[in-house]
Design a protein around this ligand. Structure first.
Ligand SMILES: Nc1ncnc2c1ncn2[C@@H]1O[C@H](COP(=O)(O)OP(=O)(O)OP(=O)(O)O)[C@@H](O)[C@H]1O
Length: 323
C-alpha cells in the first residue's frame, strides 16, 4: 500500500438491487493499519459494502478504491475476505486446505497460517466438513492471514467463536495490524468485541454512513448528560442525538457546541451508548472525523489534497455533514 492513499476510500458509492438501494451516497476513508468496526442494523448494507470492497460485486454508482485502485473483480492477493458463510471445501482436510492456500497465493505464509491453527482443538488431519462452525471460522481466518493481505475484510467473523477463541484471534489480528500495517474492516453486532479490538468505526444505517472515523475522536465529540427536565431548552444550541426522560430527569446524548450549562452532568459516552443512540436516531446528521472525510464529489484524490487535510486545529474537529 502506498502512504498517500487510504486502505479503503468510498466515493458516493451505491448499490442497487431489484428491491431498491442497499447502499447509497456512501463516502468515507479508512486509513491503512487501522482496525475498523463496520456496524449497523440488519440490512444496513454492511455485507454489500464488503462485497464491493472485495471485488465480488460491482457498484451501481460512485466508486470504491483500495490503496488508490479499483478492487480487482473476483478478488486480489492483497485482499482477503472472510464471508459470513465461510465457504471452504468440506471434503478437504485442514492441511489440504492450507496447501490449496499456498498454491493459490504467491505470498503465502505457512507459518502465520499454522500459528492461527496452533491453539485449535482439532488436528490438521480433520476433514473441514467435520468441523463445527467456530472451528471452520478459525480455518478461514488461518487461510486469510496466510495470504498475507494488506486488507482483511471480515463479515461477522466472531459470531460463532467461543470467548477464548475470540480473544486469541482478536489478539492475532491486532498484532498483525501493529506489526505489518494490516488494515482490517470487520462487521459485527457484538459491541464488546469491537470495543476491545477496533480503533476506527464506520456506522451504516439505511445504506448511508452515519458515523466514521477514529473511535476516540468520535466519542470525544459527544457527551452523555443528565439534568432537570425543566432545563431542556438550554440544550437547544447543541446537536441533540437522543434524549429520554426517566425518574432521575432528562438524559441526553449530544454533540456539544460550546459549553453546556451547569445543570448538566456527565461525560463521554461509551461506544455502546454512542452506537445505540445513533441506531435509535438514524436521522441525526452524519459525523465524519477529518481522517474519514473524502474530497467533494468530482475532486480527484491527489496526494497534495491529502496533505492539505492533515489535522490542524481547525480540521482535527469532526465535521457534521448535513444531507
Ligand atoms: N443479492 C441481493 N439481492 C437483492 N437484495 C439484496 C442482496 N443482498 C442484499 N440485499 C438487500 O440489500 C440490503 C442490505 O443487505 P446487506 O446484506 O448488505 O445488509 P447487512 O448490513 O450486511 O445486514 P446483516 O446485519 O443482517 O448481515 C437488504 O435490504 C438486503 O435485503
Amino acid at each position: 500500500m502506498t502512504e498517500q492513499h487510504p486502505a479503503v476510500a468510498a466515493y458516493g458509492l451505491g448499490k442497487h438491487y431489484r428491491r431498491g438501494w442497499a447502499l447509497r451516497n456512501c463516502s468515507f476513508r479508512l486509513p491503512a493499519g487501522r482496525i475498523c468496526a463496520l456496524v449497523g442494523p440488519n440490512g444496513a448494507g454492511k455485507s454489500t459494502l464488503m462485497g464491493l470492497a472485495a471485488g465480488l460485486q460491482s457498484a451501481s454508482e460512485g466508486r470504491i478504491e483500495l490503496a488508490g485502485r479499483a478492487p480487482r473483480p473476483g478478488g486480489s492477493p492483497e485482499v482477503a475476505f472472510v464471508a459470513q458463510d465461510k465457504p471452504l471445501y468440506p471434503g478437504f482436510t485442514v492441511a489440504e486446505t492450507l496447501r490449496l492456500g499456498r498454491e493459490l497465493n504467491p505470498g503465502w505464509d505457512q507459518g502465520t497460517a499454522e500459528e492461527v491453527l496452533a491453539e485449535a482443538t482439532f488436528p490438521l488431519t480433520a476433514k473441514v466438513g467435520s468441523l463445527s462452525g467456530g472451528q471452520r471460522t478459525r480455518v478461514s481466518l488461518a487461510l486469510a492471514l496466510g495470504k498475507r493481505p494488506d486488507l482483511l475484510i471480515l463479515d461477522e467473523p466472531m459470531a460463532d467463536l467461543d470467548p477464548l477463541a475470540r480473544h486469541q484471534l482478536m489478539g492475532r489480528l491486532m498484532a498483525e495490524a501493529a506489526e505489518r500495517g494490516l488494515t482490517v474492516l470487520m462487521s459485527s453486532h457484538v459491541v464488546a468485541e469491537l470495543q476491545e479490538a477496533c480503533d476506527y468505526l464506520v456506522l451504516l444505517a439505511g445504506g448511508r454512513v452515519r458515523l466514521a472515523g477514529d473511535i476516540e475522536e468520535l466519542l470525544a465529540a459527544h457527551r452523555l448528560v443528565i439534568g432537570p427536565q425543566s432545563a431542556a431548552a438550554s440544550l437547544a444550541g447543541h446537536q441533540l442525538v437522543e434524549s429520554r426522560v426517566n425518574g432521575r430527569g432528562l438524559t441526553a446524548l449530544l454533540r456539544p457546541r460550546g459549553e453546556l450549562d451547569d445543570y448538566w452532568e456527565g461525560g463521554e459516552p461509551t461506544l455502546e451508548e454512542l452506537l445505540l443512540a445513533h441506531l435509535r436516531a438514524p436521522d441525526t446528521p452524519a459525523l465524519l472525523t477529518w481522517e474519514a472525510q473524502v474530497p467533494e464529489a468530482g475532486e480527484e484524490l491527489l496526494p497534495d489534497l491529502l496533505r492539505v487535510q492533515q489535522p490542524t486545529d481547525e480540521t482535527a474537529r469532526p465535521t457534521e455533514v448535513t444531507e
